[in-house]
Structure formats: C-alpha cells, structure tokens
Design a binder for this molecule. Sequence first.
Ligand SMILES: [Zn+2]
Length: 226
Amino acid sequence: MLFTTEDPIQPHYVIRHEECTGNEIDAMNNIRRALSRSYAEVSPNLLPTMYINEDLIPSFKEIDEAISELRKTMRVHEQYQILANYCKASDISKVEISYERDLSADQSKNAIASYFGKEFPFQNFMNPLEEMTKMDCYLEAKDKGWDDLLNMTSFCRRPKRKGRPCGTCGPCCDTVSEGLGFRLPFTSRMKARILIPFRQYYRKNYLKHENSMFFKVIRRRLEHKF
Ligand SMILES: [Zn+2]
C-alpha cells in the first residue's frame, strides 16, 4: 500500500493476551526498520502504530447482537468483533484489513469476507485482498521485489523459540496448505502436513456438530488454537 499511494498510512494494532503478541510487535518493528533502510522515500508515510489495549475497547450491543446472529450460520473470529467495536468507539469509517481468499473447502471462511465493506457490522472494513490467495500475494510481492519484506511478517499463533512457526496452529496449517510451506522450519512443516486433514474436517463440521458433546469437549480443550 505504501508503494501505491502517497497518502499516509496509519497502522492500528490491538494488543490481546495471546502467545504471539510479542512476536507480532517484533515483526512490525523489524519491517519498519527494513523499510527505512531499503525504501527511505516511502517510509515516512508509515505513521507510528497506534497500540490499543483490547480491554479498553467498549462493546456495542447492536454490533455484538448482529455478530451473534451471524454466528448461527458462519464462523466469525473474535478479532473481527473487537475491530468492529473499535471502529465504532474511535469513529473510524474506513479500515483496511488483509483477509485473503481461502482455497480450502471451508466456505464459511469466505462467507464472512462477503460482509466486509458492505454489511453491518463490517461495513467499515475494506479488504483489498478479497480476490487474492496467500500464494497470489507472495507471487506479486516476489514480482515487485518486496518478498523479503513479506517474509518478515508473523503469522503463527503460538510461535516457538526465536519466533519459529509452530506448525500446529490454524495459520501455520493454512500457510502450508496454500503452498507457502517454505516459511516454516522442516519439522513444523511436517507437523502441519499431518494436521491439515484433521483441521479441514473440524472446520467443515464446525457448525454441523456445534452442539455435539464430542465437539464441545474438543472446543473446550482447543479454544483459541484454531
Ligand atoms: Zn503456528
């Protein structure tokens, strides 16, 4: 985005109580440093990141109710609920998010994306990657010589020592299944390959078996890990 507009870019980062938080902040700082070294002409347009404590974002009844309704038919990750509430609380009318098109059989992942930029409560979300897969993003970055920067991003939800991707979380499995396994160390990549069929089964049956005892137990144990 920095290379395609002369407008200043204001990043927002919601600080949550997650294992990947520190890693993500490190990645953002490293990318910012690399940008100022290699692309000094555009880096001033990247404004200092606004860090927001998740616990200080108020909840709006109409947003939470609309999302509860949506959850009857599709999966809505908590982060989008927090972001919708944050936009309203901070009077942000347009926020750009990155949600790539999903290639798996799990259409509910794509279903939520159809609400972005259009339907309440996600009408403020702009999604420039709507038509692009992870691989499309990588190939375009490679073509334009930005792949080094793209490879510095953090995607794992439970990074291991030195920030290495775990290979067992949802984003790690998605990265491998979409052809970008080279971003994981060998052992993590192998773990992801073993887990991918199980994960796809779980996601496909998420709504169907929502109330079954088996899935309730699984969900309790694995909450926030998928
Ligand atoms: Zn991971």
